[in-house]
Ligand binder design. Structure first.
Ligand code: HEM
Ligand code: HEM
Length: 269
């Protein structure tokens, strides 16, 4: 292994605990809220747009919050996860309690999650939000498709076709399995369920959570696929107009968060 074994070995206990914790907080918690927010397209495009406005009301703090609470923890958890899978750290003792199949699936779903999240964040968000990157790299490569002030219409457009919903389905189900099974192994890592009876009960709770989350995640994909893009653009235009007229949003800043066809960079409607 090329990684520095002495560093990993010296800090192994702490790294393990941080890796385990980061899977639940903030990464797992973020994913639950994220899937629920995305499923709100099923209610209406306006409901989803309201939720996205709420998130973007953080203004210039948003990139800091994204990097500190979402991107860095996912990168940390994902990179340490890959190091573990490649044998850079010895196996978790917890896995002597579970089946080989679950052990293998936890790792396989982690690898799929890694590829999916990298691609998905590029596809929707673009990873970085400075103009040279967005216009010169991300958009020409099919990334940065999501326009926060045209939330539902840009999401619907980004999810058009057959391949993307299928790839999202595989990604979401892998992430959900990984969280539900990971929660169970976490209970062992932290000594929450130790007796066989408690582990059996935990099994049922984790399976129920996994099924519920899978349902929410697949609903979010279904919701995105069936968005009526033109109707959504009309509602989004009205909501944007109301917000700029009331002064809640500064138009010079807001236009950057709209899709080009949705009115961004264009004259007032
Ligand atoms: C980015 C790609 C990811 C990779 C490569 C990855 C990898 C891993 C690996 C290898 C383990 C097991 C550790 C071991 O076998 O010793 C693990 C555990 C875990 N992961 Fe991930 N993971 C990823 C993403 C996620 C995501 C998105 C979530 C939450 C939604 C998550 C939540 C968890 C949880 C809760 C555990 C259990 C920790 C424990 O047993 O103490 N992971 N991950
Ligand atoms: C049900 C399918 C999903 C849909 C429709 C969806 C939709 C979106 C959208 C529209 C964005 C852009 C948000 C923005 O730029 O303001 C986004 C960002 C992101 N998504 Fe998803 N997502 C899905 C599943 C997932 C899953 C399973 C994960 C795993 C943890 C995930 C992780 C992320 C991350 C880390 C970001 C970047 C965070 C940010 O923009 O601040 N997504 N997603």
């Amino acid at each position: 292994m090329e990684t520095n074994p002495s560093f990993l070995a010296r800090h192994e206990f702490l790294i393990r605990r941080l890796h385990s914790l980061s899977g639940l907080i903030p990464v797992g918690a973020y994913m639950c809220i994220h899937l629920l927010t995305n499923a709100s397209t099923l209610e209406s495009s306006a409901t989803f747009q309201r939720a996205v406005y709420q998130i973007h009301s953080l203004g210039s703090l948003l990139p800091i919050v994204e990097w500190v609470f979402i991107f860095i923890p996912i990168l940390f958890h994902g990179i340490i996860g890959v190091v573990i899978i490649r044998g850079g750290l010895p196996n978790y003792g917890s896995y002597k309690y579970t089946s080989n199949l679950r052990y293998t699936l936890q790792r396989a779903s982690g690898m799929i999650a890694f590829v999916f999240i990298m691609w998905h964040v590029f596809h929707m968000h673009g990873w970085f939000h400075f103009d040279a990157w967005l216009e010169g790299v991300a958009k020409p490569l099919g990334g940065a498709q999501f326009a926060p002030y045209n939330a539902a219409s840009s999401l619907g457009t980004a999810m058009s076709g057959v391949a993307r919903p299928i790839l999202y389905g595989i990604g979401v189900l892998s992430c959900v399995f990984h969280l539900a099974n990971g929660l169970w192994t976490m209970g062992i890592t932290w000594g929450v369920w130790t007796s066989p009876a408690a582990q059996k009960r935990a099994d049922r709770v984790c399976i129920a959570l996994g099924i519920a989350l899978a349902f929410v995640g697949l609903s979010a994909i279904g919701g995105a696929v069936r968005i009526d893009v033109d109707a959504a653009k009309t509602v989004e235009g009205q909501m944007y107009k109301a917000k700029t007229e009331s002064g809640e949003i500064d138009k010079t800043q807001g236009d950057h968060k709209r899709s080009d066809e949705g009115g961004g960079h264009a004259a007032a409607e």
